[in-house]
Design a protein around this ligand. Structure first.
Ligand code: PLP
Length: 407
């Protein structure tokens, strides 16, 4: 399968891929692109070290917009001027969700609900809970099964004339359930609600068509499939016709119409710039550009095809080796409903994960009993999946044998 894989050569372009370590966490912190080493070095010596503050006059000021547009083109299918690199995903979620509910309340004070699912990523739930308290709104929870996600039927039941905003993840962080973002957006719009999509687990592994699917707002991580490095800043998408209608709550000087006028009061810029608050985190934007170059070259369609092949292969092997030991699949069987990772459940997985880490096999553990295999398409080989699952089988057997001995 590696020999037949047209994207196999990308693996060499990541630091550490030549070692025997098995990495199943590229959906949580992607490996560094080799080209980023040289890029960072040159940046430190020439740009930061050489240009010093003059760097802001040139490239740096434009970088959040340039990389944003590049993400728009290569990753989320958004035309220019709607995507920007900003703060962390958490902070961008806050800024966009607050801006959206405020715009809705101004239009219709009866819209006092935010719809979110019970298995959405913790930061999404916590941020929305905070906004609801700040603005006297209610959260309306969609209860979902942890091995699945939000369906059109779920959403249709939850939205109505009270809904201000719907916040959903495109790919669920636990189960990898891939939501039908176009249909869910349509359902929310029919109810008069705005939608904020969290693309953290889809950006760079699953095609997103932000403009075509009628998105209002979206945010996404860059340190997962985009390999931006630990804590690299997130991106935000705001559809162009909403930009001048929305007022984001963290009114900083970098989002004003004339940054260096330093005037007496905040006057937001027109366009996407107003969603920036403070000085852009330039150093954190360097590594992701190397991944964007690879995505532009390979194409997100081919990346998705490899991702489906990797997760399907992992499921086939798990079915053969792990199912007889009592392991259950906690991700959708149908690849059309599955993102770039696979979760396998067994009550012993917490201990199995700890043992695997000792042997340089690095999956993730998520309660309840979930071993999560994140298979980053550009840096993961089929051989790596095979080796990692063999180690998982051996460790699970060992734990089960020990437990049987104790009993
Ligand atoms: C990883 C992830 C985040 C992380 O947010 P940070 O602010 O970068 O910590 C948020 N939402 C989802 C769905 C995620 O998967």
């Amino acid at each position: 399968m590696d020999r037949a894989d047209g994207l196999a050569h990308y693996r060499k372009r990541f630091v550490g891929a030549e070692t025997d370590l098995v990495y199943f966490d590229g959906n949580s912190l992607g490996r560094p692109p080799v080209a980023a080493i040289e890029r960072m070095d040159r940046f430190l010596r020439e740009d930061w070290g050489g240009r010093l503050i003059r760097g802001w006059d040139e490239a740096w000021m434009q970088l959040p917009f340039e990389i944003g547009d590049r993400i728009g083109r290569a990753v989320i299918e958004a035309k220019a001027g709607q995507t920007v690199i900003g703060d962390s995903t958490t902070v961008l979620l806050y800024k966009l969700a607050r801006a959206a509910v405020d715009a809705q309340l101004a239009r219709d004070p009866g819209r006092r609900e935010i719809v979110v699912d019970s298995d959405n990523f913790p930061t999404d739930r916590y941020v929305l809970d905070g906004i609801a308290r700040e603005r006297g709104l209610r959260l309306r929870w969609i209860e979902v099964d942890t091995s699945s996600g939000v369906t059109p039927e779920h959403l249709a039941e939850a939205v109505g004339p009270d809904t201000a905003l719907v916040v959903l993840s495109h790919v669920a962080y636990r189960s990898a359930y891939l939501a039908d973002a176009q249909e869910l957006t349509r359902i929310a719009h029919d109810a008069g609600a705005l939608v904020l999509w969290d693309l953290c687990h889809s950006a760079g592994s699953v095609p997103v068509r932000a403009d075509h699917w009628g998105f209002d707002l979206a945010v996404g991580c860059t340190y997962k499939y985009l390999n931006g490095g630990p804590g690299s800043p997130a991106f935000a998408y705001v559809r162009d016709d909403l930009q001048d209608v929305l007022a984001q709550p963290i009114q900083g000087w970098m989002g004003t119409a004339d940054v260096f006028a330093m005037g007496p009061e905040y006057r937001p810029a027109r366009g996407i710039r107003r969603f920036i608050s403070g000085t852009p985190p330039i150093v954190g934007m360097l590594a992701m550009e190397e991944t964007l170059a690879m995505i532009e070259e390979a194409g997100i369609g081919a990346i998705r095809a490899k991702s489906v092949a990797l997760t399907s292969y992992a499921m086939t092997v798990a079915d053969e080796w792990l199912a007889p030991l009592g392991v259950q699949l906690a991700s959708p069987v149908d690849s059309e409903e599955r993102g770039g990772h696979v979760t396998l459940e067994h009550p012993a997985m917490r201990e199995v994960t700890a043992r695997l880490w000792q042997q340089d096999v690095i999956p993730d553990y998520r309660d309840p009993g979930g071993l999560r295999l994140g298979l980053s398409p550009l840096s993961t080989s089929f051989e790596e999946v095979h080796r990692g699952l063999a180690a998982t089988r051996d460790q699970l057997r060992a734990v089960l044998t020990e437990r049987a001995g104790l009993a």
